[in-house]
Ligand binder design. Sequence first.
Ligand SMILES: NCc1[nH]cc(CCC(=O)O)c1CC(=O)O
Length: 314
Amino acid sequence: MTIDLPSPRAALKIGTRGSPLALAQANETRDRLARAWDLPFEAFTIVVIKTSGDRIIDRPLKEVGGKGLFTKEIEEALLSSEIDLAVHSTKDMPVEQPEGLIFGTYLPREDVRDAFVTLDGKGFSDLEEGAVVGTSSLRRKAQLKNRRPDLEVVEFRGNLQTRMRKLEDGVASATFLAMAGLMRLRMDEVKRQAIDVTEMLPAVGQGAIGIEWRQNDTRTASLLEAIHDRETGDRLAAERAFLAALDGSCETPIAGLAELKDGRITLRGEVLRPDGSEVIEAADDAPISDGAELGKELAGRLLKEAGPGFFDWR
Ligand SMILES: NCc1[nH]cc(CCC(=O)O)c1CC(=O)O
């Protein structure tokens, strides 16, 4: 098969948000594509798109509401062919895409763990009673409250740099950041303690860069095949099926992680009450090709165990 390769004069357009992390992820995608197809960087252009999530920075996300706050404008640009592919943090992607778009290429996954970040390198069992922790993630808040009900949680929005500044300003004594973000931005100076996944299960998709394209654009699909990481794809199929079956709105604290071992896929999942007072968890394994069924099945078990009252806060 011959592919009409992009060139500096007819570059492939890569859409992304403009945050430093998003740009790092778009650059990694461009580098991998250029290497895989032996093309110069100039065969790709990076197009920055501002999303409603980027525009509204003064209100908590759950007040702004709606899925896809960070993806809507990017998907519109894809559909209108302003861009040829879009690079996303899989963690921020709704489980369903608009008609005509496919989200299905994944780069090799980074560290999936959360990091506990303080100015002096403390762990979360070392924080003094009643200390303030900043996070805007319902999952992290619920998981923290489950272990340390005494801690106070305050809303902490903004990019990684903004959150670090808030720590320096004393708005909170600690925050959580994804290890993947710290590594991609090479924020080596940030004092962090990586939290083992058995201690704090990460968000579905954490640490994975995912790429979306137009379903009818077979050329872009072929170009992307060369950089797709099959193992990450297999894990994400299970995790996202789990999330989809739980109807994971951003208002529900949900965590999930799939891992591959000895030719099988293992999935661990949990749902929590937002105040951390209850955690329901389950784990199982299956042949790798049955990952999506495993995700659906595990979600069903959690829903059954949680019972009809569990999600009442929504
Ligand atoms: N919700 C924001 C977001 N989306 C993806 C990452 C980190 C990178 C990743 O998990 O791939 C972050 C920041 C964070 O959670 O600290």
